[in-house]
Design a protein around this ligand. Structure first.
Ligand SMILES: NC(=O)c1ccc[n+]([C@@H]2O[C@H](COP(=O)([O-])OP(=O)(O)OC[C@H]3O[C@@H](n4cnc5c(N)ncnc54)[C@H](OP(=O)(O)O)[C@@H]3O)[C@@H](O)[C@H]2O)c1
Length: 431
C-alpha cells in the first residue's frame, strides 16, 4: 500500500472544513497510528469561487461528483454534503466503484441505512457513520462494540443541541419559547428554519440510528412517536421546578420482552437524573444495559471540529481494515424481528395540568376517575387562578400504561368540573 492514503470529500462546509483542519493539524498523530499519511485529493463543492476559511489548493476543488467518486487515487470518500437523494445516489455509485464511505448524514442513514449497508457489503466496502449521532461523542462504536456482549434495555438521549439550548434558557432564565429560539438563532445554535430541530424530527432520525444499533432490529422513522417543543409553555417548566423535575427533549428507546418502543418528546426527569444536568447545546446519551448497568456519554453534539473528530475515527477504522484486508466484513446487520410495543405495555409516570372548577368535591371526582383506571397520584399541586372560579391542578401519576392514561384523559372530557386539559408529559427516570 502507498505510504500516503488519499481521501475524497463530498462537501466542504462546517464539517468538511473541520476534517481538513484535523488532517492538517493532527497529521503526525494519524501517521503514528497508521504508518501512513492522509491526504485530501479531491473535494466536491457547489461553488468553486466561494471564499473559504480553510486553505485548500484550488485544483483540489471540483463541481463534478465523478472527479471524487470515480477517482482511481481515492479509496475512502467522506460524505459531508448533507441532503438525501443526491447524497444517496453518490454513495451508491461510490460503492459500485469500490470506495469506502464515511458519512455524518443522519438524515440519509435513518432513511436509507439498511439499503446503503447492503450495497456496501455487496461491494466489499465499509460504511461508517459515527458522526451521525452526538457529533464528537464517541457513541455508536461504544454501543455496537463496547457493549457487544451486553443486552441494552434502554437508551435515553438528549441528541439535539438546538432544543436543549432553548429548554435551558426557558428553564434557567425564564424565557418564553419564542425568545429562547430567537436567542438560539442569533448565536448560531438554531437555523433560520428551525422546524426539523424544534419539531423533533432531527432527534427522531438520530434515535432510529441508536435504536437499530442498540436493539439490532430495523427500526424505521415511521415507528417513532415524535413531538417537538414548539408549543411548550413556561408554566409547565415552572411547575416542574416545584416538583423537582426538569424538562428535556428526550429521545427514548426501550426494549422489553423483545418489544421495542422509540419516541422523541418533551419529558420531565427528576432534577437529580444525570441527563437533567446536561445544559445548553450539549448532548448526552444515557444507556441502561443488563450487565453493565448505567453508562452515560456526554459532549459536543455538533460543530466542525468535534464532528470531524468522529469522522476521522471512522476514516482511521477504514484504513486499518484496509491494512488488515477486512473491509466490508464488519457490518452490524439488524437481525431480530421487529415487534413494536403496544400502548398497554408502554409504562411510565405522567405529569398532567388541568383547569378545574374551584369547588368542593372537584378534585375528588378527578381522583376517583383515575382510580377507576388503576392510576394513583404521586404528587398533587392545586392553585386557585386569579380573578376566576377556576383552579389549576397539577398531578404526577405513579407508573401506569399509556393506554390507561389516554383512556383516563378521554373520560376527563366528560367530567363537568374539568374545564380544560392544558398539558401532559411523560415523566421518566424516576425510582
Ligand atoms: N454542522 C454540524 O455540526 C454537523 C454535526 C453532525 C452532523 N452533521 C452533518 O454533516 C453534513 C454536513 O453538514 P455541514 O454543517 O458541514 O453542512 P454545510 O456547512 O451546509 O456544508 C455543505 C457542503 O456541501 C456542499 N454541497 C452541498 N450540496 C451540494 C451539491 N448538491 N453538490 C455539490 N456540493 C454540495 C456545499 O458546497 P459549497 O460550500 O460550495 O456551498 C458545502 O461545502 C450534514 O449531513 C449534517 O447533517 C453536521
Amino acid at each position: 500500500m502507498e505510504k500516503e492514503i488519499s481521501i475524497g470529500l463530498l462537501g466542504l462546509g462546517v464539517v468538511g472544513s473541520g476534517v481538513i483542519q484535523i488532517i492538517n493539524d493532527h497529521q503526525k498523530e494519524l501517521q503514528h497510528q497508521l504508518g501512513h499519511s492522509i491526504k485530501v485529493a479531491k473535494v466536491l463543492v457547489r461553488d468553486i469561487e466561494k471564499s473559504r476559511e480553510i486553505e485548500i489548493a484550488e485544483d483540489a476543488l471540483t463541481t463534478n461528483p465523478d472527479d471524487v467518486i470515480n477517482n482511481d487515487n481515492i479509496d475512502v470518500i467522506v460524505e459531508v454534503m448533507g441532503g438525501i437523494d443526491e447524497a444517496r445516489e453518490h454513495m451508491l455509485k461510490a460503492f459500485a466503484a469500490k470506495k469506502h464511505i464515511v458519512t455524518a448524514n443522519k438524515d440519509l442513514i435513518a432513511l436509507h441505512g439498511p439499503e446503503l449497508e447492503q450495497a456496501a457489503q455487496e461491494n466489499g466496502c465499509d460504511l461508517f457513520y459515527e458522526a451521525s449521532v452526538g457529533g464528537g461523542i464517541p457513541l455508536l462504536r461504544s454501543l455496537s462494540d463496547g457493549l457487544v456482549s451486553d443486552r441494552i434495555e434502554q437508551v435515553m438521549g438528549i441528541v439535539n443541541g438546538t432544543t436543549n439550548y432553548i429548554l435551558t434558557k426557558m428553564d434557567e432564565d425564564g424565557q418564553s419559547y419564542e425568545d429562547a429560539l430567537a436567542d438560539a438563532q442569533k448565536l448560531g445554535f438554531a437555523e433560520a428554519n428551525p422546524t426539523a430541530d424544534v419539531e423533533g424530527l432531527d432527534a427522531a432520525r438520530k434515535m432510529v440510528i441508536l435504536a437499530r444499533l442498540s436493539f439490532l432490529t430495523n427500526v424505521e422513522l415511521d415507528d417513532v412517536d415524535v413531538k417537538g417543543i414548539s408549543d411548550l409553555s413556561i408554566i409547565d417548566l415552572d411547575y416542574g421546578k416545584k416538583l423537582d423535575l426538569t424538562m428535556k427533549l428526550i429521545g427514548f428507546a426501550n426494549r422489553h420482552d423483545n418489544q421495542v418502543e422509540v419516541s422523541v418528546q418533551p419529558t420531565f426527569l427528576p432534577t437529580t437524573h444525570p441527563l437533567s444536568s446536561v445544559k445548553n447545546e450539549y448532548n448526552a446519551v444515557y444507556v441502561n444495559a443488563e450487565a453493565v448497568g448505567e453508562t452515560m456519554f456526554y459532549g459536543a453534539g455538533a460543530g466542525g471540529l468535534p464532528t470531524a473528530t468522529a469522522i476521522m475515527s471512522d476514516v482511521v477504522e477504514v484504513i486499518k481494515n484496509k491494512l488488515l484486508g477486512v473491509n466490508g466484513k464488519q457490518l452490524i446487520k439488524p437481525s431480530f424481528k421487529k415487534e413494536l410495543t403496544p400502548p398497554e405495555n408502554k409504562i411510565s409516570q405522567f405529569y398532567l395540568r388541568l383547569h378545574v372548577k374551584d369547588e368542593i368535591g372537584a378534585f375528588a371526582s378527578i381522583s376517583e376517575l383515575f382510580n377507576q383506571r388503576g392510576i394513583s397520584f404521586e404528587r398533587i399541586l392545586q392553585t386557585p387562578k386569579d380573578n376566576s372560579d377556576l383552579a389549576e391542578v397539577v398531578v404526577v401519576t405513579h407508573q401506569t400504561s399509556l393506554q390507561n392514561f389516554t383512556d383516563a384523559l378521554k373520560l376527563l372530557d366528560e367530567l363537568n368540573v374539568v374545564k380544560a386539559v392544558k398539558s401532559y408529559f411523560r415523566v421518566e427516570g424516576g425510582a
